[in-house]
Write a protein of this length. Structure first.
Length: 672
């Protein structure tokens, strides 16, 4: 154990405005307001004008003296001290050591890697964990560390990790007894192995992993030791690069899960040209994913199953076609599932799940069989301004794919069963959309339905347009008021969203309490890429919900907008505001109509930076009698309807033209 030392003076620890807001449980705008209004607010000690830094101890004293410190802040005060250790490696090792001490396990191997300040911080974290819960504090620190280094550390989101583990277990062919061996040769901080331990639940399981970065390996090992206590698992994590120095040579795992390192630039196939793992060919330098694929297959027992998360280019890059062909001939590739964009980083891509199976001569497996290709990119549901990835629907599609692997049954829409012989062409392209689209390209009944939908939408656009065409504009002058004045008059209330803490986003979410989180970046033109909104727990005390009928305002000039929320509750991130009106005094659609005028947003903008914020309390609202408000509100409803219809019409038209083009290009034109 580390010896007792004088604690690190927290006065040396810098914190940003965002961290102060998190400690105080308010939005960043509130902290900026305190700084402007109170001369006693701590002076800047570092950073820049745009992102100033302050002394943690001075901030804590000021918050306490001014009664602005939320009740439970110990963990939020603890994290900046870990961040102040100076590097990803140092803070990660300190969190791992703190977790070991929380578990009463030997941490001596880590002590030489820690500075005296880090050792003191480990002791403080362990003391806090004894008060607030060991698992809670370790998970909080781990998630904050991952959030702080999200660009440098790849991780598999919990929902996707659970999906991959469940798919792998469901695809197993051998259900014999004995401890199950699960391998992740590039385990990062252990997301997939933790999901495997939680998903198995049928007896003892051995969790084996490798991670080349020592801090990640130590974090994974500690994290999985917490899991082992709950699930009865045995954990072995090696801090090595398993592709180049595999510590599990000779292992035969039952299941392998892997999200290989992305954009691996130091891959040198020539240095391992004679390696016995390359049964299907030496992977080209541009195809490190095919090296990981063969590495995983080499560590599986006959009939063992692997699920890998891979970039879509792996299915089609020309440099890898010979290895793909060999994998197909050997019967190793059982399915490829294209996921919706946003399932994991990079969020703009439709990543693929590859389901592999090591050949098993005992089962009399026919090597030249078929492969299931599933296009699940459309598994999204309405939410916010883009689709929200529908995890329940996606799990159902993946489950159906797995269940059909060894069945001769017909496959549903969105899926294609393609023979290996048909895949072995010049390209050996396994991209699901290429085959699903060709197999289900519009027939006459499909096109007839698409044309009917287009005509219905066109008619609706015409009807709504005709209604709005009757609206006349006239010269008139009406008095206005502001949102701030309406709040003081108790006509409405303003609820400002904030970014939930990292641990709130990382917690498993009960489906009954799950709500999507909408952030301002989901609304900024050119940045929303169809990524799903993350789900969080509506009961979290920091969550601000927009309920049905609330007017939601996006409070930045880049994304300024206002609309009436007409769906199930949704959580709001920073710079999003929910306005809840008294319906007897104010019509919500009328309010949204007034607020969303672009000139209104410009006049209420703070212009404090290049990304100007909008002071929602300065937004102007016409003063009209209730009857007149309802007339305006009804017009606004028609405007919103027309906007939605035009968007739907655009999508329907594009889809129809796509299917029509596919059919014509396939030579399926018939005379009418």
């Amino acid at each position: 154990m580390a010896s007792a030392r004088t604690p690190l003076p927290v006065r040396t620890v810098p914190v940003t405005l965002a961290e102060i807001a998190r400690i105080a449980g308010v939005g960043r705008a509130a902290v900026s307001n305190w700084r402007r209004r109170h001369d006693s607010f701590p002076k800047r000690i570092g950073g820049s004008d745009v992102s100033p830094q302050f002394s943690l101890s001075e901030v804590e004293d000021w918050l306490r003296d001014n009664h602005k410190l939320k009740d439970a802040v110990d963990r939020d005060l603890l994290w900046p001290r870990f961040e102040a250790l100076g590097s990803r490696q140092k803070s990660g090792l300190a969190i791992a050591a703190a977790g070991r001490r929380m578990l009463n396990e030997d941490e001596r191997s880590l002590v030489p890697l820690l500075t005296p300040e880090a050792q003191d911080l480990v002791a403080d974290a362990a003391r806090l964990a004894r008060r607030e819960g060991t698992r809670e504090i370790f998970d909080f620190l781990l998630q904050r560390w991952l959030d702080a280094h999200v660009r440098q550390v790849d991780s598999t989101p919990p929902a996707l990790a659970s999906l991959m583990a469940t798919a792998a277990f469901r695809a197993r062919t051998d259900r014999s007894g004995g401890p199950l061996i699960v391998l992740d040769p590039a385990c990062g901080t252990g997301h997939l192995l933790a999901a495997a331990a939680a998903a198995y639940g049928q007896g003892p399981v051995d969790l084996l992993g490798c991670e080349r970065e020592q801090a990640l390996a130590e974090l994974a090992s500690t994290r999985l030791r917490f899991v082992a206590g709950d699930e009865g698992a045995r954990v072995t994590i090696a801090a090595v690069d398993s592709l180049r120095a595999d510590p599990y040579h000779g292992l035969r795992a039952d299941v392998a899960l892997c999200n290989p390192p992305s954009s691996e630039r130091d891959w040198d196939p020539k240095a391992m040209a004679t390696d016995a793992r390359w049964v299907h060919g030496l992977p080209p330098r541009t195809e490190p994913e095919l090296a990981w694929m063969q590495h995983v297959l080499a560590r599986l027992r006959p009939g063992g199953t692997a699920v890998l998360l891979l970039p879509p280019a792996v299915a089609s890059r020309r440099a890898g076609r010979r290895i793909r062909a060999s994998l197909l001939r050997a019967g190793c590739v059982r399915a490829v599932v294209a996921l919706p964009p946003g399932a994991a980083q990079p969020h703009s891509l439709s990543l693929h799940l590859w389901v592999l199976r090591a050949p098993d001569a005992r089962r009399g497996q026919d090597a030249l069989s078929d492969v299931l290709l599933t296009d699940a990119t459309d598994q999204v549901r309405p939410g916010g301004r883009d689709g929200v990835l529908d995890w329940e629907a996606l799990r159902a599609v993946v489950r159906q794919t797995i269940d059909l692997l060894d069945q001769p049954a017909p496959v549903p829409a969105g899926m294609a069963r393609v023979s290996v012989v048909d895949l072995l062409d010049d390209d050996v392209n396994l991209t699901p959309r290429r085959h699903v689209g060709a197999g289900s390209s519009a027939d006459d009944s499909h096109l007839s339905e698409a044309w009917s939908r287009l005509r219905r939408l066109t008619a609706s656009v015409q009807d709504t347009s005709a209604t709005l065409a009757r609206v006349k504009l006239k010269d008139a002058s009406h008095p206005t008021t502001t949102i701030g004045e309406l709040v003081r008059a108790k006509v409405l209330s303003v609820h400002s969203g904030q970014q939930p803490s990292g641990d709130a986003l990382a917690k498993p979410v009960d489906a009954a309490q799950a709500v999507p989180l909408l952030t301002i970046m989901d609304l900024v033109p050119g940045t929303a890429s169809g990524s799903p909104l993350p789900l969080i727990d509506a009961r979290d005390r920091n969550v601000v919900l927009a309920e049905r009928g609330d007017v939601v305002v996006a409070g930045t000039t880049r994304a300024f907008d206002a609309w009436v929320h007409d769906g199930p509750p949704i959580a709001l991130g920073a710079h999003l505001h929910s306005l809840r009106v008294s319906p007897e005094q104010l019509d919500n659609h009328f309010l949204a109509c007034c607020l969303r005028a672009p000139s209104n947003g410009r006049q209420a903008g703070t212009h404090a930076s290049s990304s100007s914020r909008v002071d929602v309390r300065r937004l102007q609202v016409l003063q009209l009698p209730m009857e007149e408000q309802r007339r305006y509100g009804e017009v606004f409803r028609h405007m919103a309807t027309l906007k939605d219809l035009l968007a739907e019409l655009d999508g329907a038209g594009r889809s129809l033209l796509h299917d029509l083009n596919e059919g014509l290009a396939a030579g399926r034109l018939a005379s009418g």
